[in-house]
Write a protein that binds this ligand. Structure first.
Ligand code: PLP
Ligand code: COI
Length: 341
């Protein structure tokens, strides 16, 4: 299979249409068999549940080319399981987990020419999603849904690549206690758009959200969880029921403990203690591990000792080990890598 002629090294995190996408419809209480289609556009009723009441959930994952030329994905079973939780919370039908993985495999295979080559720094982003399609005008769940998967080649989420970013403490809240912060629903991202644009207008790359109940604890950003490295090299990550349970973060904590022999801690992280950490990073499928050099809280700056030029040493080790596993240079724990072809 011949790869597309794309300037892989210089692509950003944006949408590029690829050849095929997977579609399955839910009607009369059941999912149809699903198929790959060419048309990237969707036609639906003006009163569709997704358009009126934002009934939509999604996932984000990546396909990688390994050093020996295989195409693989990373822990798709966890994305499938998380989408089940998201769907249930929005009263949507569950798309079966085995079918989710099959849909991802078929879509990636059909777009293999767009999977960036090993070493290019780019990957194929995979976006499974589901939404209510039939008309609903009273506030209630739709009866008909569509599950789709598309792919798009992407480069680094933050423009500078591995350069540390500057983030600010947001005045907005991302998630309410007992709300929807722990699921991947479009509504969480719609309500974050004003906050991220405000951060950008003020010269920051991202927001640090605090817990909305007390505004004393670190939660996450709009699209990634936090990891902090303490001065004794312990890897610390916020524990919270209102953040998205990042698959990248869970993997990093395992890698830190079992591959690098580091102590790990998932616990409440108070904003007051952020100044005492040695390193800070954002982790997620899109963010991979993006180093944070500075956190600004209404003019008060916290500058991590790792600085603004490069990742801190422990973050770098975590990054190298995680991406080494994803790209097949380092042996993965059992079940983490799904070979596509
Ligand atoms: N937190 C939020 C709000 C996200 O949108 C994402 C992206 O998926 C993450 C965290 C990271 O999760 P994952 O590592 O599973 O991609
Ligand atoms: C991902 O990392 O997959 C996400 O969904 C985050 C999004 C902000 C791009």
């Amino acid at each position: 299979m011949e790869k597309k002629k794309i300037d892989w090294e210089n692509i950003g995190f944006s949408y590029m249409q690829t050849d095929k996408r997977y579609v399955s419809d839910f009607k009369d209480g059941k999912w149809d068999d699903g198929t790959l289609v060419d048309d990237a556009n969707i036609t639906m009723n003006e009163c569709a549940g997704v358009l009126q009441y934002a009934q939509t959930v999604f996932e984000g994952m990546k396909a990688y080319t390994t050093e020996d030329g295989r195409i693989v994905t990373f822990r798709p079973d966890l994305n499938a399981a998380r989408m089940v939780e998201s769907a249930k919370r929005l009263e949507m039908p569950v798309f079966p987990e085995d079918r989710f993985i099959d849909a991802v495999v078929r879509t990636v295979k059909a777009n293999a020419a767009y999977v960036p080559p090993y070493g290019s720094g780019a990957t194929l982003y995979i976006r499974p999603y589901m939404f209510g399609v039939n008309p609903v005008i009273g506030v209630k769940p739709a009866d008909e849904y569509q599950f789709r998967v598309f792919t798009t080649p992407v480069g680094p989420y933050f423009k500078g690549g591995a350069k540390p970013i500057t983030i600010c403490v947001s005045d907005f809240d991302r998630a309410a206690p007992r709300g929807t912060g722990h699921i991947k629903a479009g509504l969480n991202y719609a309500m974050s758009l004003h906050a991220i644009m405000t951060a950008h207008r003020n010269g920051f790359d991202e927001n640090m959200y605090l817990d909305s109940a007390t505004r004393t604890k670190v939660e996450e950003t709009g699209g990634a969880n936090f990891i902090f490295i303490a001065k004794d090299n312990k890897v610390v990550t916020p524990h919270s029921g209102t953040i998205l349970p990042s698959i990248t973060r869970r993997s990093i904590m395992y890698v830190a403990e079992h591959y690098l022999g580091l102590e790990v801690e998932e616990r409440d992280v108070y904003f007051d203690e952020v100044k005492d950490f040695a390193e800070c990073g954002l982790c997620g499928t899109a963010a991979v591990i993006s180093p944070v050099g500075k956190v600004v809280d209404h003019g008060k700056e916290i500058c991590f000792p790792s600085g603004m030029e490069k990742m801190g040493p422990v973050t770098q080790k975590l990054y190298d080990t995680l991406t080494g596993i994803q790209m097949g240079q380092i042996e993965a724990p059992e079940g983490w890598i799904k070979v596509i072809e």
